[in-house]
Ligand binder design. Structure first.
Ligand code: NAP
Ligand code: ZN
Ligand code: ZN
Length: 347
């Protein structure tokens, strides 16, 4: 076992504190990664505060991880010492169910093993990336292209893949009108990726505060949802809407913005249900869908796509002792557009 530094939540209501945790000895197919950077996803906050249900404390979160391989198990073939690698939201799956066999292990029918707060195969609870090292089975480790600046690469492992996957699945591209609700960590990646795919992109944000940024990120249009006129102006106009909001929104108002056969895909994960009036779906034969992260193969495809298109998240680098302040800023929609922890400050 390796004892490593980490930041953990002691309970649902206390701030995160420095601590140490154990990483398992390397199995034959495991790699040991020295973590350089870890992004702060809103899911980390939902999780440690118990908003999605009770968890076991202390808990280390963080599932946007980049680092360097420092040791490999005896049967590892995909990664070598010194490689720049990434780990996202899952670290294993059953590999046997229909979805795993179809290469969609994020939808493992037995539940994928989350990078944190999940029961691992050895019965322990997985601990995430706010930590100096992690041990992960090689199949769930991604290669981070050199074209992507390392500290900016971390958020791609969750915010990047979670928006790339539905944009690719629902064919965002030339001639398609795509709207993104919420310009936070996921939202700003949705804008960059949809723009690079060739779609016409509209941001639907609570206010016009971040309008200039949104247009620079690649949006063609920017509207404030606090202005009721927005919903009249944009009625029946989008082919695809990606909802990244972490709270409950008036879904019917947004569904009414879909054109014929349009789809609203929810990636935001509020703890409470999102009610829908079926009559809103009848109009324009609209669809309401959900999407969870992406497969390992698709995550690699997304990383390569971002490298090829010169896409990288907009990040604000923080020291580990600023994590709790960063959480408060995320909660007040004051993130531009992803906090990334400099893990060297935990050493
Ligand atoms: P984030 O950075 O906090 O962004 C969320 C954005 O939503 C905010 O910046 C804000 O944008 C908007 N917003 C926040 N509260 C709102 C409210 N009450 N009403 C309307 N808009 C509001 O969070 P994130 O890290 O992007 O994560 C977003 C959500 O996706 C979280 O629930 C997270 O758990 C979930 N998630 C899901 C998956 C998946 O696999 N499906 C993966 C990762 C994350 P404006 O200021 O522009 O309005
Ligand atoms: Zn995440
Ligand atoms: Zn499975």
């Amino acid at each position: 076992m390796l004892t490593v530094n980490a930041y953990a939540a002691p309970s649902a209501t206390e701030p995160l504190v420095p601590t140490t945790i154990q990483r398992r000895d390397l199995g034959p197919k495991d790699v040991l990664i020295q973590i350089s950077y870890a992004g702060i996803c809103h899911s980390d906050i939902h999780t440690v505060r118990g908003e999605w249900g009770p968890i076991t404390y202390p808990q280390v979160v963080g599932h946007e991880i980049v680092g360097t391989v420092t040791e490999t198990g005896s049967e590892v073939t995909r990664h070598g010492v010194g490689d720049r690698v990434g780990v996202g939201c899952m670290v294993n799956s059953c590999r046997e169910c229909a979805n795993c066999r179809a290469g969609q292990e994020q939808y493992c029918l037995k539940g994928n093993t989350g990078t944190y707060a999940s029961v691992d195969r050895d019965g322990t609870i997985t601990q995430g990336g706010y930590s100096t090292h992690v041990v992960v089975v090689e199949d769930f480790v991604l290669k981070v292209p050199h074209a992507i600046p390392f500290e900016a690469a971390a958020p791609l492992l969750c915010a990047g893949i979670t928006t790339y996957s539905p944009l690719a699945h629902w064919n965002a591209g030339p001639g398609k009108k795509v709207a993104v609700i919420g310009l936070g960590g996921l939202g700003h990646m949705a804008v960059k990726i949809a723009h690079a795919m060739g779609a016409e992109v509209t941001v639907l944000s609570q206010s016009l505060r971040k309008r200039e940024d949104g247009l620079k990120l690649g949006a063609d249009h920017y509207f404030a949802t606090s202005d009721p006129a927005t919903f009249d102006d944009l009625a029946n106009s989008f082919d695809l809407i990606i909802n990244t909001v972490s709270a409950v929104i008036d879904l019917d108002a947004y569904l009414s913005l879909l054109a014929l056969d349009g789809t609203l895909v929810n990636v935001g994960a509020p703890p409470q249900p999102l009610p829908v009036r079926v009559f809103t779906l009848f109009g324009n034969r609209r669809s309401f869908a959900g999407s969870g992260i992406g497969s390992i193969q698709e995550t690699q495809e997304m990383l390569d796509f971002c490298a090829e298109h010169g896409i990288a998240p907009e990040t604000e680098l923080i020291a580990a002792d600023a994590i709790n302040d960063a959480y408060e800023r995320v909660l007040s929609s004051d993130v531009r557009y992803r906090f990334v922890i400099d893990v060297a400050t935990m050493a």
